[in-house]
Design a protein around this ligand. Structure first.
Ligand code: M6R
Length: 611
């Protein structure tokens, strides 16, 4: 998500840190900062906004020193402000650190450390790590490395932590639990970065830390330990990529990279929101149970892909809570004179948080007295200011114009929210909540399994790339997947594609079917399975080509498919989270077959800020 750089050597650190951060700009960020040690003291500079703002700041000040760390932040906890930008320091200003990931038990640690007298200067989860390390050093009189090794046992969640201490001005200490972090050493310098592009200028031989490892990076040397403190011999990887390939993590396009990031995205969006007792914990949603009990209607407003996430969420919310849900395209909502009052809960979904129609819709809803919850991927975006509560998806910056990983994150967040409503309103048995959460926790591994379809989808794309029209059909939550599959295909490959509820086909669109037209059928959603099979038979009878996204091992589906894409089974309401992925890949590979640029489709923008 965020970008990290670290340097220790003979040259001035600041220009090298800034250069490394510039190399990571493509990832997207909302603030940036550096910390440098000189004469036994740490100096920091942190600025919200573009890197230029930080550069202006450091040009005004003198920040000499040959060891330092830098960070470009994509806000998750605490808005994108100067105070929340990394690096964060401890009370004494001896330790500075930067962090990628989410520290799940930050609130418990913050409370404990505050009781012990630590003073916090930001709203971030990260800052607790600086104070925690300070308190360990204070108690044990130990080294930075020893303190970090002890801290990693206390910190829960995901973290790549990179720390410096003015008491040990010759080393950078790095810890990894999940988010990737790379270290390296070359001719008298030591290097750290979250991504390869930031290192390429200095070295092509890098050490990607393994999960649960700590590294001590010195001038010209790196030592790696496991979390138990045993020294380990890490493999050194030689990087062949050029800069552009490195930015895309070796993938050909950002869209493909983002599709492959989805296991992590699902994991991150669940992180810290499921407690050990099998309950949903949404700290961001602060309505009391009485208010939640009083909700008489939910209205979902969104555009494009976010609208499709809302379409799937309607099923979950109604099933778990028995509250009626209306679904509206945000661009239509306020012009239809909707019936709204204080007992209505409006959910506005926008990955960018800036879609003009969605913002206008939720503002209108607020004027009518409704409560508004926003689901967005961008901390500090406009929607977060207008809503009463915000549930963030933790997909990290999405660079491809076509929404992929943010869609999956929305589906996860919306399912969590639906479960939360059911749990708090007691419309769901605790056992059912726990079972559904267990199924959600299995999703990241299942998403990984679905991604193994890559080669099969690539072959299917070759076969159908010249089609003039595509039809996508589904039922229940599968309809939302079908509509999303059609949108993905049309927006990047420019092939005409229609998404349809399968039962509606015979009321009109079936006239489009003729031999050779590819029809993608999303088969999951258990109770509708037989009906879907019947619809597929209708399609086959017209000579169309049938591409089935179906549960693994189903012989009936196999018998009907010209091309079968099998996905693992999950609870029907969660199935869009898995079923969408083959359709994202199909759109991507067809676009590549046609020689078109998937990341930058014509006429489209990542944020649609006009009505
Ligand atoms: O930022 P939002 O989620 O509000 O964006 C809504 C649509 O503009 C967006 O989903 C659009 O349809 C994408 N191009 C889909 O890939």
């Amino acid at each position: 998500m965020c970008g990290i750089v670290g340097y220790v050597g003979a040259d001035q650190a600041l220009p090298l840190l800034v250069e490394g951060m510039e190399r990571l700009e493509y990832r997207g960020y909302d603030s940036a900062g550096v910390a440098i040690i000189e004469n036994g003291k740490i100096a920091t500079a942190r600025k919200a906004g573009r890197l230029d703002a930080l550069i202006d700041e450091v040009e005004r000040r003198d920040l000499p020193g040959t060891i330092g760390i830098g960070h470009t932040r994509w806000a998750t906890h605490g808005g994108p402000t100067d105070e929340n930008a990394h690096p964060h320091v401890d009370c004494s200003g001896t330790i500075a650190l930067v962090h990628n990931g989410i520290i799940e038990n930050h609130d418990v640690l913050r409370a404990r450390l505050s009781r012990e007298g630590h003073r916090f200067a930001s709203a971030t989860d990260t800052e607790v790590a600086a104070h925690l390390i300070e308190s360990i050093i204070h108690e044990r009189s130990c080294s930075l490395r020893e303190a970090v090794l002890e801290a990693v046992d206390v910190l829960e969640g995901a973290f790549a932590l990179v720390c410096i201490s003015s008491d040990e001005p010759d080393r950078i200490v790095v810890a990894r639990q999940e988010p990737p972090i790379i270290v390296g050493a070359a001719d008298g310098i030591g290097l750290v970065a979250s991504d390869i592009p930031a290192l390429l200028k200095h070295t092509r031989d890098v050490i990607p830390l393994d999960n649960r490892q700590v590294a001590e990076v010195l001038r010209g040397a790196v030592t790696v330990f496991d979390f138990e403190g045993n020294e380990v011999e890490p493999p050194v990887v030689h990087v062949e990529w050029d800069m552009e390939a490195a930015e895309k993590g070796g993938y050909e396009d950002f869209m493909l990279k983002e599709i492959f990031e989805q296991p992590e995205v699902v994991r991150n969006t669940l992180r810290g929101r499921v407690d050990l007792g099998g309950r949903v914990r949404l700290d961001e949603v602060h309505w009391d149970d009485e208010t939640l009990q009083g909700i008489t209607k939910v209205v979902v407003v969104a555009c494009g892909t976010s609208f499709h996430a809302g379409m799937a969420a309607k099923h979950s919310i109604e099933h778990y809570t028995r509250i009626p849900v209306e679904l509206d395209l945000a661009s239509e909502f306020r012009y239809r004179d909707p019936v709204l009052d204080e007992t209505c809960l409006v959910i506005g979904i926008a990955q960018s948080g800036e879609t003009a129609d969605t913002l206008a819709a939720i503002r209108y809803a607020k004027e009518m007295g409704a409560s508004v919850v926003a689901i967005t991927n961008v901390v500090g975006s406009s929607i977060t200011r207008d809503a009463d509560a915000v549930l963030f998806t933790h997909a990290g910056p999405e660079i491809g114009v076509a929404a992929t990983k943010t869609f999956l994150a929305q589906l996860v967040a919306l399912n969590l929210f639906a479960l939360y409503l059911g749990q708090q309103r007691l419309s769901m048995e605790p056992q059912k909540v726990a079972e559904t959460l267990a199924a959600m926790e299995a999703l990241p591994d299942q998403v990984e399994e679905v991604l193994l379809l890559e080669d099969e989808v690539r072959r299917a794309a070759k076969r159908y790339a010249d089609a003039r029209d595509f039809i996508f059909i589904g039922r229940g939550v599968g309809t939302a997947v079908a509509l999303e599959g059609a949108l993905k295909l049309k927006e990047i490959s420019y092939i005409h594609a229609e998404g349809y509820p399968a039962g509606e086909l015979k009321h009109g669109a079936i006239a489009l079917l003729e031999p050779g037209v590819p029809v993608v059928a999303v088969m999951t959603g258990a109770k509708l399975y037989d009906k879907m099979l019947a619809n597929v038979e209708e399609v086959r009878a017209r000579g169309a080509e049938v591409i089935l996204v179906a549960p693994r091992g189903d012989e009936r589906a196999r018998a009907l498919a010209d091309q079968l894409l099998e996905v693992p089974s999950t609870k029907p309401l969660l199935s869009p989270i898995l079923d969408t992925i083959p359709l994202q890949l199909l759109a991507y590979f067809i676009t590549k077959e046609k020689g078109l640029p998937p990341d930058k489709p014509r006429n489209l923008a990542k944020s649609v800020t006009v009505e």
